[in-house]
Write a protein that binds this ligand. Structure first.
Ligand SMILES: NC(=O)c1ccc[n+]([C@@H]2O[C@H](COP(=O)([O-])OP(=O)(O)OC[C@H]3O[C@@H](n4cnc5c(N)ncnc54)[C@H](OP(=O)(O)O)[C@@H]3O)[C@@H](O)[C@H]2O)c1
Length: 363
């Protein structure tokens, strides 16, 4: 074996997971554990500081059973090249500027750096804005929106990547190709989406109690859900048009999974479901994380459970010229931690799907 063959292709990178005890942190740790190129070298948190990993999570073994530490930028930078932050909205903004000054590259799973403008974040995250005094508008404009199938070049060079929200991920993946090619009207877009209860995180909330959410389905935040503006921002960037759309989320009694159904008016009433499927297939032909289903096959959340894959399907109602896009993801993997690791892969010079689960255990 030659020298170059015996050397590993990529140097193992050290990764800190901050917010390790929460759902996003847990998934991140689980996914990194089986990753060939990354090593978990620091776990951070708040209430869980001082606890050993197996006290928080006896069902996932982690080498050395590390202790959860504080979110000190000095300590994190001593131990890690990259930090994945899975924290409540607002909290990351207090840590990211310090981490970047210490040359730690960051993937943030919260909404803190998803908007190009800090002002838009302040308008949408009103409660968090009152709690956290932010003046990092420069960083907001520098952060890269971490939708790997669309922004891979920029993500690979970024210092700070903001992974998209779960609803934006599921909705934008099928919608963007049609906006980019100008195949649909820019007005009258409607997104109707359903999520499982883990979308609300691990900290207790009354409406997520089993007695409240089981055997029931309900809409919430019907007008002005915060993800509306995030979807609109990316839709505007890809289409070059101001876009105002209707987005209604629903809570459904399942733990994981998210289904987004997007309705749009076709500009050319002659386009068929086959034509539209070809559009999607052409755009995602090199992306292992997006699967376009044949016409007439409609995706189910169970088909992507625990995977970092989006499954999408398209149908056309020729009576109404309506395009119907259906998209499913696992909100905690493709919609959160897995997508964060897709971005981490790109930042480390790896193919974006490296080490990520793409095949489901079914049912
Ligand atoms: N759940 C989803 O489907 C989903 C999808 C996409 C994006 N997101 C976003 O991802 C982020 C994390 O969501 P999640 O569902 O994983 O939340 P979660 O389960 O509630 O976990 C939150 C984590 O943040 C830590 N934390 C809270 N306050 C902190 C502080 N002041 N300093 C340091 N650590 C602190 C907690 O640690 P301690 O236990 O130590 O306090 C916990 O580990 C959120 O911004 C969320 O909006 C969630």
């Amino acid at each position: 074996m030659s020298d170059s063959q015996s050397r590993p292709k990529y140097r193992t990178s050290r990764v800190a997971v901050i917010g390790a005890s929460g759902y996003g942190g847990l998934q991140t740790i689980r996914l990194l554990q089986q990753h060939p190129e990354f090593e978990i070298t620091y776990l951070g948190g708040s209430r869980s500081v001082g606890k050993r990993w197996n006290e928080l999570c006896p069902f996932i073994e982690l080498a050395g059973n590390p202790q959860i530490c504080s979110t000190s930028a000095d300590q994190i930078s001593d131990h890690a090249d990259f930090a994945i932050l899975s924290l409540p909205n607002g909290v990351a903004s207090q840590l990211v500027p310090q981490l970047l000054r210490k040359n730690v590259r960051v993937i943030d799973l919260s909404a803190d750096y998803r908007y190009r403008s800090l002002e838009i974040w302040k308008q949408n995250y009103v409660k968090e804005n009152l709690e956290y005094n932010r003046d990092d508008s420069q960083l907001c404009s520098e952060a890269i929106y971490g939708i790997p199938e669309w922004n891979s070049e920029l993500i690979s060079k970024a210092k700070i990547v903001a992974a998209p929200g779960c609803f934006p991920t599921a909705s934008l993946l099928p919608l963007l190709p049609f906006l980019k090619q100008g195949l649909i009207e820019f007005e009258g877009l409607v997104i109707d989406a359903k999520t499982g209860t883990s979308g609300g995180g691990r900290s207790p909330k009354e409406h997520l109690l089993f007695a409240e959410s089981s055997e029931s389905i309900s809409p919430y935040a019907v007008i002005g859900h915060r993800h509306t503006s995030e979807i609109e921002q990316m839709a505007r960037e890809v289409s070059g048009q101001q876009i105002k759309l209707q987005f209604t989320p629903h809570l459904v009694p399942m733990v994981r999974g998210l289904l987004s159904t997007v309705y749009a008016k076709l500009r050319d009433p002659g386009l068929t479901a086959d034509d539209c499927t070809t559009v999607l297939k052409a755009l995602y032909r090199n992306d292992k994380t997006v699967e376009v289903l044949p016409v007439g096959v409609y995706p189910a959340t169970k088909w992507v459970r625990n995977t970092c894959k989006a499954m999408i399907s398209v149908q056309v109602d020729t009576r109404t010229s309506q395009l119907v896009l259906m998209s499913v993801i696992d909100n905690l993997v493709k919609g959160q931690a897995g997508q964060g690791i897709q971005c981490l892969n790109l930042m480390a010079g790896l193919p974006q799907e490296t080490g990520l689960p793409l095949n489901v255990f079914y049912p």
